[in-house]
Design a protein. Structure first.
Length: 410
C-alpha cells in the first residue's frame, strides 16, 4: 500500500467534496459541484494507492480565549471512506499537520466540532466547552418578580444590515471566551442562512430583529419560523421558532429577547439551538425547568504549541506554577515547564524544577479555556498535584470571566 499525504489539487476538488458527503450521509447521487468552499492549501488528504481516501481541512480562525485573540486552526471536513477505515490515515494526517504547524509557527491551537468526541480525544483534543439547548413553550416564558421589564423597542432587521449585526456581535463577544471572529461566510452560511452552496440550511433563511434603546441598537435576535405542524396532541398551534443567534449589550436587551419570543402565539415550541452554561435564562425565568435544558459537549480543542499558546490568554490572578506535560503526538510539548502570570502578562519557559502539577496535554487545554479549574482537574483525575500544591492560587490564575462557549459551526 502506497500512502501519500498532501493537499488536494484543483482537479481533485470534486473528489474531496464527495468523501464527506458519503461519510456524513449527505450523498445525493449527483456529481459533486467541485467547489468544497475550502481553499485547497487549507486541506490535507490521504491518498491510498492513488485514491482519495481521507479528507481533512482547517480554516485559519481567530478565537477569543478569556477575551484575548488567539489564532486557531478550525478543523473541518474530516472523513474516511468506509472501505479505507482502520488503517490509521487520520492519525498520519494529524501528525503531519501538527508538525508543519509547529515548525512553521502557524496556529498554536486547533479546534473542532466533532460528530463523535471520542475520535479526537485519542489525539490530544479535549472537550473545552459545553453547549446548552432550550426547548420551551412560549406560554411558559415569564420572569421572576425582581426582573424589571425591558424599556426599549424591537424593529425588523435585515441580512442587509450585516455591518450593524457585526458591530453588536464584536462588542458582545470582545470579553468572552470561545467566540470566533466571524468572517462573512460564517454569517452567510450559518447565522443568516443565506448561502446555499454548502447545502440547505435547516428551516431556511433567517429573520432578523434589532433591539434599540433610545434609538441606539443594543442587541439582536436571528431566528427562523419555517416549520409548521399540528401539535402532537392535536391541541393548539404547532409552529416551531428556531433561535440561531442572539447578542445583547445591556441587561434589558437579554430580557427583551425572551419578551419577544413570548409573543409567538402560533408556536408551541421555541428552540434555542445553543447557549452557554452561564446564560442568564435559567436565573431570570420564573419556571426554568420549562426550558427543558439539555447539555452536550461542543467545542474540542488541542494545544499544538504550548510555549506560544499559553501566554496568549490573559490570566485572572498573579501566580506561578511548575507543571509537567505528557504529549505523545507533539513531543515538543512534553516535559517540565513554568508558567508565571503577572500584570504584564504570562511567561512560559522550560525548567528543571520538580513539577507541582502533572497532566496530559488534553487536560492542559481544558485549563486554558477554563472548562475546568486545576483543583477540579485533580479531583477528576485529569491531573496529579503534589501535597503542597497551591490549588486555590492556581484556580484564581486560570479562572475565566465567562464560561467557554462557541456559538458557531465550522
Amino acid at each position: 500500500m502506497a500512502l501519500e499525504i498532501r493537499p488536494h489539487t484543483q482537479e481533485e476538488a470534486a473528489a474531496f467534496t464527495r468523501v464527506p458527503s458519503i461519510v456524513f450521509g449527505n450523498y445525493s447521487g449527483r456529481p459533486p459541484s467541485g467547489d468544497p468552499g475550502i481553499h485547497a492549501d487549507w486541506t490535507l488528504c490521504a491518498f491510498d494507492d492513488g485514491v482519495l481516501a481521507t479528507t481533512y481541512a482547517a480554516y485559519p480562525l481567530v478565537m477569543r480565549v478569556n477575551g484575548a485573540k488567539v489564532p486557531v486552526a478550525g478543523v473541518t471536513a474530516v472523513g474516511t471512506l468506509p472501505w479505507f477505515r482502520r488503517r490509521g490515515h487520520l492519525r498520519k494526517i494529524m501528525e503531519f499537520d501538527f508538525n508543519r504547524r509547529y515548525e512553521q509557527r502557524m496556529e498554536p491551537v486547533a479546534s473542532l466540532l466533532a460528530s463523535i468526541a471520542g475520535i479526537y480525544q485519542r489525539y490530544g483534543y479535549a472537550i473545552c466547552s459545553t453547549s446548552v439547548r432550550y426547548e420551551i413553550d412560549p406560554r411558559w416564558i415569564n420572569f421572576v418578580p425582581t426582573e424589571p421589564a425591558a424599556t426599549g423597542r424591537w424593529r425588523e432587521g435585515s441580512p442587509d444590515e450585516l455591518p450593524l449585526l457585526e458591530r453588536i456581535y464584536r462588542e458582545f463577544s470582545r470579553p468572552r471566551n470561545g467566540y470566533l471572529h466571524r468572517a462573512p461566510i460564517i454569517w452567510e452560511n450559518g447565522v443568516l442562512g443565506t448561502r446555499t452552496d454548502f447545502g440547505p440550511v435547516e428551516h431556511g433563511p433567517s429573520l432578523v430583529a434589532i433591539y434599540e434603546e433610545a434609538g441606539e441598537p443594543q442587541g439582536y435576535l436571528v431566528y427562523a419560523a419555517k416549520f409548521l405542524e399540528q401539535a402532537s396532541d392535536n391541541a393548539g398551534p404547532g409552529q416551531r421558532v428556531v433561535v440561531r443567534d442572539y447578542a445583547w449589550k445591556t441587561r434589558d436587551a437579554n430580557r427583551a429577547m425572551w419578551e419577544l419570543l413570548k409573543t409567538f402565539d402560533l408556536a408551541n415550541r421555541v428552540w434555542v439551538q445553543s447557549a452557554p452554561t452561564d446564560d442568564p435564562a435559567p436565573h431570570v425565568l420564573l419556571d426554568p425547568r420549562e426550558l427543558h435544558a439539555t447539555h452536550r459537549d461542543h467545542l474540542l480543542s488541542r494545544i499544538i504549541d504550548l510555549e506560544r499558546a499559553l501566554p496568549m490568554r490573559p490570566y485572572s490572578a498573579e501566580g506561578r506554577v511548575v507543571f509537567e506535560v505528557r504529549d505523545e503526538m507533539c513531543p515538543w510539548n512534553a516535559g517540565r515547564w513554568s508558567l508565571e502570570a503577572g500584570a504584564e502578562g504570562a511567561v512560559v519557559k522550560r525548567t528543571q524544577e520538580s513539577p507541582e502539577l502533572t497532566l496530559d496535554i488534553s487536560g492542559l487545554v481544558q485549563l486554558m479555556y477554563g472548562q475546568i479549574s486545576p483543583s477540579l482537574a485533580v479531583r477528576y483525575g485529569r491531573a496529579e498535584a503534589n501535597g503542597s500544591a497551591p490549588l486555590a492560587i492556581w484556580d484564581a490564575m486560570w479562572r475565566t470571566e465567562y464560561a467557554p462557549y462557541c456559538p458557531d459551526s465550522f
